[in-house]
Design a protein around this ligand. Structure first.
Ligand code: PMP
Length: 375
């Protein structure tokens, strides 16, 4: 068996998705690919629980990071103001991306393991008119979950014209997202996490009013990432016609179509509940082993767990032992604590169709025991 990949993305991929990813070449402007892309775009609306016909899904070759470039070059212009809520390394990188495009970027940083205080958000929004606010729904470096619904309410109350941008790379298809109801303007994500497809697709969903901003932009600061160019293409495919701006990742989009069918064949809320129960159980079990979690109890996400190594344990001595048990985990990535903790992903097929989180726990338990016996 292949090593069980339980890092917080890429995740394990279902067999029928792997098969779809290995399909023979197809013309990107003819059937059957047109029907495949159409299905994927239509099903993304369901994943975001959106019925607003002005909203639009985008699937573009690239990784999650491309989503930051799309935001920075379509929804805001150089010298305009952005407010970034930072709950870790990935939120800070979003700020970096915005700054790179000349956007004035203010960052409110949460305490380590916590989400940003609502009072601070409200105060900041009252002080300055921000073009966009960015929320990293799940920061994969700290396993902190931000409450997008609550934050959206604050934005609607204090600064309704500010566009609400959500980094959902590590939350889409794990955590509930009510795109229309919460009044979100843009969610960016990627194929390789809970959506359950190999890496290589930037997937996003945009509201009508945010799309207007992108389409009416007077200065272009990007070519490949231009929503003006891609909007025509997405609308063509979704209505059953081929179109061309740049060659799409045909096989990956075929894999996406199949994975979305897998995801949507059961009620979404059931899927979210399974992830919550599994995550709560796993976090509890690690705590029983005496491990301390990076995310505070009220701020923990359900896609992954970030836990500090116990005394005397490091990635260098633990990971060879977990690898020996054919399970792969990830190290830390957040600033000062990067070498002090590890991360376990629990998303998608690993949770919905299999008991991989139990396998993860056993591998951790046995490896820690082996280490303590050795020392
Ligand atoms: N945002 C978040 C929350 C992430 O976890 C990641 C990747 N781990 C990214 C953005 C960047 O995505 P990618 O590595 O696919 O470019």
């Amino acid at each position: 068996a292949h090593p069980l990949l339980l890092i917080p993305g890429s995740i394990e991929v279902a067999d029928n998705v792997l098969e779809a990813n290995g399909s023979p070449s197809m013309s990107h402007t003819h059937q059957p690919f047109i029907g495949i892309f159409q299905s994927a775009l239509q099903n993304l609306r369901k994943l975001f629980k959106s019925t607003d016909h002005k909203a639009q899904a985008f699937v573009i070759s690239g990784s999650g990071t491309l989503g930051w470039d799309i935001v920075a070059s379509n929804l805001i212009k150089p010298k305009e103001d952005a407010l970034v809520l930072s709950t870790g390394f990935f939120s800070d990188r979003f700020a970096d991306a915005l700054t790179t495009y000349g956007v004035n970027t203010d960052v409110i940083r949460a305490d380590l393991g916590d989400y940003v205080s609502y009072e601070e958000i409200e105060k900041a929004l009252g002080r300055k008119k921000y073009k966009i606010i960015t929320i990293t729904h799940v920061d994969t470096s700290t396993a902190v979950l931000s409450n997008v619904e609550e934050i959206s309410k604050i934005v609607k109350k204090v600064s309704p014209e500010t566009l609400i941008v959500v980094d959902g790379v590590c939350s889409v298809a794990v955590e509930d997202i009510e795109f229309d109801k919460w009044g979100i303007d843009y969610v960016l994500t990627a194929s390789q996490k809970a959506i359950g497809v190999p890496p290589g697709l930037s997937i996003s969903f945009i509201s009508g009013r945010a799309l207007d901003v992108a389409l009416n932009r007077d200065v272009d600061t990007t070519y490949f990432a231009s929503l003006k160019r891609w909007d025509i293409i997405m609308k063509a495919y979704e209505s059953g016609k081929g179109a061309y701006f740049a060659t799409p990742s045909v096989q990956l989009i075929n894999a996406l179509k199949v994975s979305l069918e897998n995801i949507l064949c059961k009620p979404l809320d059931e899927r979210f509940k399974l992830h919550i129960e599994n995550s709560d159980w796993f976090k509890g079990e690690l705590e029983k082993l005496g491990l301390k979690l990076v995310s505070k109890k009220h701020a923990g996400c359900h896609a992954l767990t970030a836990a500090y190594f116990p005394e005397g344990v490091t990635g260098a001595n633990l990971f060879p032992l977990t690898s020996k048990r054919n399970v792969v985990f990830a190290g830390g990535v957040h600033k000062d604590i990067a070498t002090k903790y590890f991360r376990v992903g629990h998303m998608g097929v690993s949770v919905v169709d299999r008991d991989d989180t139990k396998v993860a726990l056993e591998a951790i338990k046995e490896s820690l025991l082996e280490l303590s016996v050795k020392s």
